[in-house]
Structures are given as C-alpha cells and as structure tokens.
Write a protein of this length. Structure first.
Length: 358
C-alpha cells in the first residue's frame, strides 16, 4: 500500500487564485516552506491533515473545501480523473477512482449499502491516527458530487449528507448539496439513491479509457507484485464486505489473477484464503466498534454476517469478550483526538443526530 499522499502540483496556484498565500499555509501547518515547489509532492497522512487544517484556518472561509472540490477544471490532465470521467456510469466512475487511487495515496472510497434503495459513499484514510479535518471531508464530498454531475450531465442531488461534526454552517451545506443534512452522525457519508449510481455518463469515452486503463492496471499489477499477498487480499475483502462473505473467485477477479495463482501466493505466505477473510472481518469489526455508533446488527451486516448472533459468537472467539463490552472498554482509551486544537471528539456521545431538512 502506498504510504504517502501525492499532492497536486497545481494546488499552490489554486490557493493563490483564492487569495490564500501558500507560504502562510505551509508555515501554519509546520511543513517545509519549499514543499509546494517540489516536482513530486509527497506527504504523510498527518501532514496532509495539517495542510488542510491550515488551509481552512488561513482562508477563514467555511466554504473553502466545497469551492476547491467543485472547481470545473480539477486536474484535467490527471489520468485517474480522466479515467473516472470516461467511465460508463457514476458507480463505475467511483469504483475506478477508488481502485486507481491506490497508486497515489493510502485512501479508499467505499460504496456502502444503506438499505434496499440507497448507497453511501464514504472516504477512509487508511493510516489515520487522528480525525480528518472537516475541510478535507467537504472537499472530497464536493469532488464526488461534481464528478457525478459533470459525468451524468445533470444536477444530481444526494438523498442526504451525513457529518460526524457538530452542526455548523447548515445553510451553506444545504445550498451546495441541495439535500437534508445530518450532524452528529456515525460517519461522514454522502448518501445517494441506488439508481443514481447507475446513471450513464455523457462523458463516457471508451477510446480514452481503453488507453488509460491498461496503463493504470499495469502500474497496479507492478505495485502488487511487490506486496504481501495477505495484505492485498485483505484489502479487497474489506472493500467487498457488506451483507456477504466474498469468495475466492470474486477476490481473484478483482485482483486480475487466477484462483490457482492467488492460492499459491497465499500459501507461500503461510496463510489460507479463509484465514485472511477472518482477519479482514475482525479488523473491520474492531474499526466499526471504535469509530462509529452503529448497533451490532448493522456491524454484523457490514462485516458479512447474516445475523447478530453469528457475529457475537465470532467476535467473542476473536477477542475473548462480547462486542458490546469490548467497545465500551476500548473506547475509554481510544481516539483522544482534537479538531483544530479543540477538545476530543465526542460528537456521537454528546450530540444526538440533528437532521436539517432540505
């Protein structure tokens, strides 16, 4: 997995266009003054978060993330964005963006089922040790919505937007997204109707995608050749979990490998496919218990169990304690994090969800 984020070389110009001095941002973030002049700008997750917090603080503009994420000329020559815009549908575009982002950063974009008729788009920062800054969440959500609107050629409107943060600037977000808002939610999520993800893209370009995709896939294959097979399979399983238990054929297809090759690689690492699946479920279960207020039945579904009882038994075998008791014990010493130097995040515990109508 790539361990650093690749910042766009045009970010300094964008900040200047918005009357934000890049040097002041870097100084506030505690980053090297010449960082944005480097040919390839690579930062850790902590540095990325510090950079975007500094952008928010230096601009003083609560809309800055939305403005940067919805610019029409976003990195027109970025092959990942071009591949996404050339995709066949909104869903295809999101999945391609998530797949190819593995080449540039430790970040995942997930499409998570929300009942029968809706799907949530969520971002996960795979190496994060602190809460992502709100401005970065704004930018990512605005980017996804802009991708969908430009690709589909219509003013696509989400069902709702969910924020972990406390209620703030509700009118601004309602005007931008055009839908109800939920503050104090379990996770940051952009929720769409299922049918919206199947909207065909008017920007579909099979010829361009035919040139870009093989290059990107080849680079992915090269990266994966040097990766541990266990971690590679585990990453795919985590993306496929949600109401089902991915099988070996499905994971092999996702990795572009044969079942026999994948089994051989796992065997060389001393593990079986089923062991990796259980490791992935265990890690995701711990993640949801610590990072959200989802109930056990919801977590059971998200990690591929048919019912809460099966999940309960499995978790107790993994951790030696029931999931509810494990969550209570570990939350007391987990995630003592701050927003912009403020107090630790307790949005879920201190603030019940607030829904703001459209």
């Amino acid at each position: 997995m790539v361990s650093r984020f690749r910042l766009s070389s045009v970010i300094a110009g964008r900040l200047q266009e918005l009357s934000i001095a890049p040097e002041a941002v870097l100084r506030r973030a505690g980053l090297p003054p010449g960082l944005l002049r480097q040919e390839k700008i690579l930062v850790t997750t902590e540095q990325l978060f510090a950079f975007w917090r500094a952008v928010a603080d230096e601009s003083g503009d609560p809309e800055i993330g939305l403005r940067l994420g919805s610019q029409d000329r976003n990195e027109r020559y970025d092959p990942i964005l071009l591949a996404a815009m050339s995709a066949s549908s909104f869903r295809d575009a999101i999945e391609r963006a998530s797949r190819y982002k593995q080449l540039t950063c430790p970040e995942e974009i997930r499409i998570v089922p929300r009942g029968r008729d809706s799907r949530a788009v969520e971002f996960e920062w795979l190496l994060q040790r602190e809460t992502e800054p709100p401005v970065l969440v704004d930018l990512c959500f605005a980017w996804i919505l802009t991708l969908g609107r430009r690709g589909a050629g219509t003013r696509l409107t989400p069902l709702k937007v969910e924020f972990v943060r406390k209620r703030q600037h509700a009118d601004l977000y309602r005007a931008h997204f055009g839908c109800p808002l939920v503050f104090g939610a379990a996770s940051n999520a952009l929720v769409f109707r299922s049918r919206d993800l199947d909207l065909p893209f008017v920007t579909q370009n099979a010829e361009l995608l035919g040139m870009l995709a093989p290059q990107l896939e080849e680079e992915l294959a090269t990266r994966r050749a040097g990766r541990d097979a266990r971690e590679e399979v585990k990453g795919v399983v985590k993306r496929l979990l949600a109401g089902k238990r991915p099988d070996l054929d499905e994971v092999a297809r996702a990795l572009g490998a044969s079942v026999r090759t994948l089994q051989r690689r796992l065997g060389e690492g001393g593990v079986t496919f089923q062991q990796v699946v259980e490791q992935a479920r265990r890690e995701m279960a711990r993640h949801y218990l610590l990072q959200s207020s989802l109930d056990l039945s919801e977590i059971a579904y998200l990690v591929g169990y048919e019912d809460a009882n099966s999940f309960y038994r499995a978790f107790r075998q993994w951790e030696g304690a029931p999931p509810g008791r494990w969550r209570e014990r570990h939350r007391k010493r987990h995630r003592r994090l701050s927003w912009r130097g403020g107090v630790a995040e307790r949005a879920l515990a201190e603030n019940p969800p607030i829904t703001v109508g459209s």
